[in-house]
Design a protein around this ligand. Structure first.
Ligand code: NAP
Length: 328
């Protein structure tokens, strides 16, 4: 099968090579004795793959390896116990191996997708939407009627978080850095859009009538203190990532002054060791799709052999929704 391998840790421009490799076998390390073999139509591209081309991600398989954590495609074979059938259209989280014509994913991370979603949207569904639900609802305890501020709101996690938060009955304030990204956040359904280079903290306090209930933060960096200041009493900041490049530090006196919580949300760390939680999240996402709240925003699309451009788009802060590789 055709696949993309990371052959050297030289960054997005040069690390990837198109290769011809055997299809994943039954002894695949991610799914010993079980799992779902998927004919891949689209592969989702995310920050971790950018980091992997430099050897900077926490998962460091021996070289060479096929990256790609999630795909949209058609079930070819089901190994072990599963309600899925060959021919089902699915979104599958394979962790590695997704930048290829055939991938294998654990059964508990493979979900049927409705006909209304195309394969590219399927490839946008698991990492971002499951993270958004996990971070907003299970970790952040977002409740109907609350207001949530979402950083990096035109990116993959950001657009997903807008839609999940809206589906949970919250009001959303999106923080973005450009006019083009403001349009993307609006298309995702944001109620309000503010600019990260403007007075976003004051605007958020005003728009929410005294401070937001929750901040969802995939960006980190030096805006973190203003995120704390944008909260009302007993507000929560949910920490999701650090695309801004630096890990913020909190002076913890700020937390007791207004009964503030800072909450970590590491989706993979939680769900990989707890398969039933995936079913709970999958069912919640299905309900939000059926209710018309989730319609993944696919941004730039590239053929498999232009994956370097896909990675450079993310690396250069250019993602407009989910970046996707069209595999077949
Ligand atoms: N905790 C978890 O379980 C979990 C799960 C999935 C992803 N993540 C993490 O969440 C983060 C976001 O992922 P994503 O897929 O949404 O990424 P993305 O689509 O590339 O979006 C990231 C956003 O971050 C903002 N940003 C601010 N400063 C940036 C910079 N210097 N370089 C790049 N972007 C910058 C950009 O928005 P503006 O230009 O508008 O500021 C961009 O839209 C990543 O760190 C990822 O690893 C965490």
């Amino acid at each position: 099968m055709r696949a993309l391998q990371i052959t050297e840790l030289t960054g997005p421009d040069t690390a990837l090579k198109i290769v011809d490799v055997p299809e994943p076998g039954a002894e695949h390390p991610m799914t010993p004795g079980s799992g779902v073999l998927v004919d891949v139509h689209a592969a989702g591209v995310s920050f971790p793959e950018v980091l992997q081309t430099r050897g900077e991600y926490q998962v460091r398989p021996p070289l060479p390896f096929v990256p790609g954590s999630e795909v949209g495609g058609v079930v070819r074979e089901v190994r072990g116990d599963s309600p899925l059938q060959p021919g089902d259209r699915v979104a599958a989280f394979c962790m590695l191996g997704g930048f290829a014509e055939v991938a294998v994913a654990p059964t508990f991370l493979t979900f049927k997708i409705p006909d209304a979603l195309d394969f590219a949207q399927g490839a946008a569904l698991i990492l971002n939407y499951h993270t958004a639900y996990f971070a907003l609802k299970l970790r952040g305890r977002l409740a109907e009627g609350e207001t949530v501020l979402i950083h990096g709101a035109a990116g993959g996690v950001g657009t997903a978080s807008i839609q999940v938060a809206k589906g949970l009955g919250a009001t959303t304030i999106a923080v973005v850095s450009t006019d083009e990204k403001a349009e993307v956040a609006k298309r995702a359904g944001a109620d309000h859009v503010v600019r990260s280079d403007g007075a976003w903290k004051d605007e958020a306090v005003e728009l929410s009538g005294g401070g937001v209930h929750l901040v969802l933060d995939p960006v980190g960096g030096d805006r973190f203190t203003d995120s704390l200041r944008s909260l009302r009493r007993a507000g929560r900041v949910v920490v999701v990532g650090f695309t801004g490049g630096s890990i913020p530090e909190v002076r913890v006196n700020r937390l007791l002054l207004r009964n503030t919580e800072v909450i970590g949300a590491g989706w993979g760390e939680w769900v990989l060791s707890n398969p039933p939680v995936n079913l709970e999240i999958g069912a919640a996402i299905d309900e939000l799709i059926a209710g018309g709240h989730i319609d993944p925003i696919v941004g730039q699309r590239f053929p498999l052999d232009a994956a370097a451009d896909a990675l450079k788009t993310i690396d250069g802060r250019g993602a407009l929704g989910k970046v996707v590789l069209d595999v077949r």
